[in-house]
Design a protein around this ligand. Structure first.
Ligand SMILES: Nc1nc2c(ncn2[C@@H]2O[C@H](COP(=O)(O)OP(=O)(O)OP(=O)(O)O)[C@@H](O)[C@H]2O)c(=O)[nH]1
Ligand SMILES: [Mg+2]
Length: 628
């Protein structure tokens, strides 16, 4: 059975064969329209327009890491990860390769400002004998940069429809439907004919025949044959053909270096890049840490949550239930499922998560994030990673769960393991940061410094350790730098809205479950028992009040929930430091544990999970013995 969407559909079919069989069979037969192109060329934006869905769009290569399926007219339309060619060198390519092989029609999205780079894939798709439509995107940039492209001649050279569009403005999309109807095989190069025909007889499909000729081991092994050694020869002649086409149809009249390009270069050089990074972090701190976490949250949490919402809902509930009853304790008591959870979710977490995602979207869409990756690349090699890892690690400060998924954009399993472990051990998520920042601000500068030093030390030791223990070494950074652009407000807002919505949706359930279980545990006396069991560790070893055990137990459900539990305890600044270090290093929330198990497998996920328990209590205790 072929991997990719088909096998998933078949599995699905298998699982549900008792019901909806006919519906699924029809579903299975729908023709496949596949969006394919280099990374960061606007595939997902076009996919959203066609399917009416809302997949993530960002100004960095590697935004899409798996297949996404939607509907467009009579087609199943697929968004794919960006690739420079159809081959099997990395995970993204394998995902894209299989769906491209199965495609009935391909929309090849091309960045018109990078024709030389992008048409290589176009020509390969044509050589594969696929029906394609070329979508020439970024025509706004083409105009701005004074590049002249003769679209009609390009279409003639390729032998397929070429549709110029500006995906961000949805200009040119009206021609797309008609072009898809007229999709056809392009002009294949004659020099390939004889070898292709010979291979075609063996493997039965022209597309696969080409890949075998190009030395694709996976496709060759599917047919039980050895891959050919013609790759270099085919690549060179394809490159020559593309250069010839581009030289004929395209004239680049741009003379001056644009300001955005200059900023892009400054961001890369340490002399200018480091001050830019500091300025950026300072602005982010002003916006997230000061304006949102203090001004906004003070208002929403205290004025709305504690002063208005909680008394109101408590009054309402106690109208129906006596205030001393079990029910009212569960609903509006200390860990009230309705009172405390709602205040915490809506009036504390929501503004912070919104602010964080706005900052992140601005970073992504401006093209700054990959530049940051390039700049920090060297310092990451010591912990077995390359600069690419800055993307999941920074995303982790938003939500460790979704960041764990983006570790897929790292090239090797080894790097994915290291980055996942770092995320789960040391990176606090946005909700947790808020509580940590507020508590540390109250505890003073010494507490902040100790906290920072300990966490960074654990990060470095963990990275170094894994770098030594795991076989292999860090791979070089291969990142195509997107141009710096002014972020589009509509995309920033759309992304922020959807991510925040997803986050809140995912978080709320766990918060309610957490509050409910803690509430029940408290009422049944189970909490007291657990606390007593943890007390020797918490009081003797970590020198914290016995109540901190409750916070740690809540942290098993959600780390930030645990941190929030420390909020109302009477702790000395050094106790706060120890408690925060422990809760930061402590087990990830259940949602991210699930995602980690899914991404890294049960065994590895479980080892990391147990590791966080040990590290949290060991490091917390050692620090406590040293400073309290
Ligand atoms: N100026 C301009 N920007 C565009 C255009 N089309 C896409 N973009 C921007 O290009 C970036 C990449 O868009 P995506 O849709 O995420 O690209 P993708 O091909 O799906 O990228 P990967 O999933 O990483 O392969 C985003 O910042 C878009 O806003 C366009 O026509 N003009
Ligand atoms: Mg994409």
């Amino acid at each position: 059975m072929e991997p990719g969407a088909t096998s998933r559909q078949l599995r699905h079919l298998d699982k549900h064969k008792h019901r909806e069989l006919t519906f699924l069979e029809r579903d299975f037969e729908r023709p496949k329209l596949v969006l394919a192109g280099n990374p960061n060329v606007g595939k997902s934006l076009i996919f959203n327009a066609l399917s009416g869905m809302n997949v993530e769009v960002s100004n960095y290569p590697g935004t899409t890491v798996e297949l996404i399926k939607g509907r467009f007219n009579a087609f199943d339309v697929y968004d794919t990860p960006g690739v420079y060619g159809v081959s099997s060198f990395n995970d993204e390519e394998c995902v894209a390769r299989d769906i491209i092989l199965e495609a009935d029609c391909i929309i090849n999205v091309v960045d018109a400002t990078h024709l030389e780079r992008d048409l290589f894939l176009t020509q390969q798709l044509i050589d594969m004998g696929k029906k394609i439509v070329v979508v020439l995107n970024f025509m706004d940039e083409v105009k701005k940069q004074n590049i002249q492209i003769d679209v009609a001649v390009l279409a003639e050279f390729l032998g397929v429809e070429v549709v110029p569009v500006i995906a961000v403005k949805r200009t040119g999309f009206d021609r797309l439907s008609a072009a898809i109807e007229m999709a056809q095989e392009g002009i294949q190069r004659e020099e390939l004919h004889s070898s292709l025909h010979a291979m075609l007889r063996v493997v039965g499909s022209q597309a696969e025949a080409l890949l075998v000729l190009e030395g694709d081991e996976i496709v060759a092994s599917r047919h039980g044959i050895r891959p050919s050694v013609l790759r270099d020869e085919i690549y060179i002649s394809r490159r020559n053909r593309v250069n010839y086409v581009v030289n004929t149809v395209c004239r680049d009249d741009s003379t001056h270096v644009r300001f955005s390009e200059r900023i892009g270069r400054w961001a890369l050089k340490p002399a200018t890049g480091i001050p830019m990074l500091i300025l950026f972090l300072y602005c982010a701190y002003l916006f997230v840490g000061k304006f949102t976490a203090q001004t906004v949250v003070n208002f929403t949490e205290k004025e709305i949550g504690v002063n208005v919402w909680e008394p109101w809902i408590r009054g309402l509930i106690t109208n129906f239930l006596p205030s001393t009853s079990w029910w009212s304790a569960l609903l509006v008591g200390e860990f009230g499922v309705i009172s405390m959870t709602t205040t915490y979710l809506l009036f504390l977490l929501l503004p912070l998560v919104l602010a964080f995602y706005i900052t992140l979207a601005l970073m992504e869409d401006s093209g700054y994030l990959p530049r940051l990756a390039t700049m920090v690349d060297r310092s990451f090699s010591g912990i077995g990673l390359n600069g690419r890892a800055v993307i999941p690690l920074i995303l982790g400060f938003g939500c460790v769960t979704s960041a764990t998924i983006t570790t897929r954009l790292l090239s090797t399993e080894r790097e994915k393991t290291i980055a996942t472990a770092i995320l789960q051990f040391v990176i606090p998520c946005s909700a947790q940061i808020a509580v940590i920042a507020a508590l540390l601000a109250g505890a003073g500068v010494k507490a902040m410094i100790i906290y920072g030093v300990v966490i960074v030390t654990v990060l470095l030791v963990l990275g170094k350790l894994l770098n030594v223990v795991l076989k292999g070494e860090s791979s070089p950074l291969l990142l195509d730098l997107p141009p710096m652009r002014l972020p589009r407000i509509d995309n920033v807002l759309r992304k922020t809205f959807f991510r925040t919505y997803q986050f809140m949706k995912e978080a709320s359930g766990w918060f309610f479950i957490g509050a409910l279980s803690v509430g029940v545990a408290q009422l049944t006396g189970f909490l007291g028992m657990l606390e007593r069991a943890l007390v020797p560790v918490v009081t003797n070893w970590m020198q914290l009040p016995a109540g901190a055990a409750t916070a740690f137990i809540m942290g098993v459900v959600r780390r930030d929930f645990g941190a929030a539990g420390l909020y109302h305890m009477a702790l000395t600044p050094m106790q706060i430091t120890v408690a925060l270090i422990t809760i930061t290093l402590f087990v990830p929330c259940i949602a991210s544990l699930m995602v980690m198990m899914k991404e890294r497998g049960f065994r590895e996920g479980f080892v990391i999970w147990i590791g966080t328990w040990i590290a949290a209590f060991a490091v917390g205790g050692i620090v406590s013995q040293l400073i309290i």
